[in-house]
Design a protein around this ligand. Structure first.
Ligand code: FES
Ligand SMILES: [Fe+2]
Length: 335
């Protein structure tokens, strides 16, 4: 999309879209483990469609398309978890979390296809760190990478993570672009100096180091990022797991943690300050965390497919090129 008039060189907003992006493939946060108990199910909306989210009696989480392959009933309205299946209310066909139809109470012989393959679209789920992630691919291809190890969520040397969540009115690509937008750290967030950074991509992983080790980030796929903030030998970690809700809405979710330090020590204070600083709740500071400032920009901005950039900008285009690998069907003229 050419947003610049070829005759005047001027940008104007009528031709600019807010979110021209499809839903990317990747691992996306669904919910915290404790929010779905064995035997429970509920309807959720994410990845631009409705899903039935459930946990079997044996504890396995499942996430399926809502509409039954039989005669199209909505499984989440009147359906029920029965043993290791979610059972459709209409004729009681039962599906396991992998989407196989394992029971039809009145069939003397199961339809042949049910013996060969799953028939209900379900998403592969991984439960890790007390979080449930779903693998989404628009053509239902299997996962292309595995979730990484995050020591801060796997060792009891760290404090129980503090969780936060924000609805945001734009697409996930626009949110994560912040991680390589170095100058906005000064002008929007009030960093005292103009930050510089190093950026490197490797398959579905991208790594950034801003301010010579002050902020070290690892983004894996579109739906997970780990940022470590270092000061005075102390590290505080932000784990971010944003999920697309619709094409123009995302839910940004985060966990913050750091090593355990005895109450009242300097180490404990520095660690806490780093967390407060990230979310903009640090007392008496000029700088503003993303909660107070990024949200205003994100909620109201439009996407510039061909931005005019200057030499002080971060590696915006390199980031976008990396991100494009997660789009399966998209219009290259738009993103
Ligand atoms: S429509 Fe679901 S069992 Fe018939
Ligand atoms: Fe920001």
């Amino acid at each position: 999309m050419n947003e610049m008039s070829p005759t005047t060189g001027l940008f104007w907003s009528k031709t600019a879209e807010k979110c021209p992006f499809p839903i990317p493939m990747g691992w996306f946060f669904v919910d915290y483990s404790e929010n779905i108990k064995p035997g429970e199910h509920r309807n959720i909306f994410m990845l631009d469609q409705e899903w039935v989210f459930f946990r079997t009696a044996g504890g396995k989480p499942g996430m399926s398309d809502p509409f039954c392959p039989h005669l199209g009933a909505h499984i989440g309205h009147g359906g029920k978890v029965v043993g290791e299946t979610i059972r459709c209310p209409f004729h009681h066909w039962g599906y396991n979390p992998e989407g196989w139809c394992t029971s039809i109470p009145y069939a003397t012989e199961m339809p042949p296809i049910t013996k060969r393959q799953p028939i209900l679209r379900t998403l592969p789920l991984v439960e890790k760190w007390g979080l449930i992630f779903a693998w989404y691919h628009p053509h239902a291809e299997p996962p292309k990478w595995e979730l990484p190890s995050i020591p801060e969520l796997e060792s009891d040397e760290y404090v129980k993570p503090m969780r936060r969540s924000w609805p945001i009115g734009t697409a996930i690509q626009e949110l994560a672009e912040n991680g390589v937008d170095y100058p906005h750290l000064k002008f929007l967030h009030g960093a005292s100096e103009m930050p510089t950074g190093q950026y490197r991509v490797d398959g579905p992983d991208a790594y950034v180091d801003i301010g010579n080790g002050y902020t070290v980030g690892h983004q894996q796929g579109p739906g997970l990022a780990i940022f470590r903030f270092n000061a005075q030998g102390i590290t505080s970690t932000m784990i971010s797991y944003t999920v697309p809700i619709t094409l123009e809405k995302s839910q940004m979710n985060m966990s913050f943690t750091h090593k355990r330090y005895p109450e009242g020590t300097k180490e404990a204070q520095v660690a806490k300050h780093l967390v407060d600083h990230m979310i903009g709740e640090a007392d008496g500071e000029e700088s503003a965390g993303f909660e107070s400032v990024d949200l205003i920009v994100w909620n109201n901005k439009k996407y510039r497919q061909k931005p005019i950039l200057c030499d002080g900008d971060g590696p915006i285009l390199k980031y976008r090129q990396w991100f494009r690998q997660f789009y399966v069907d998209y219009d290259p003229a738009k993103i």
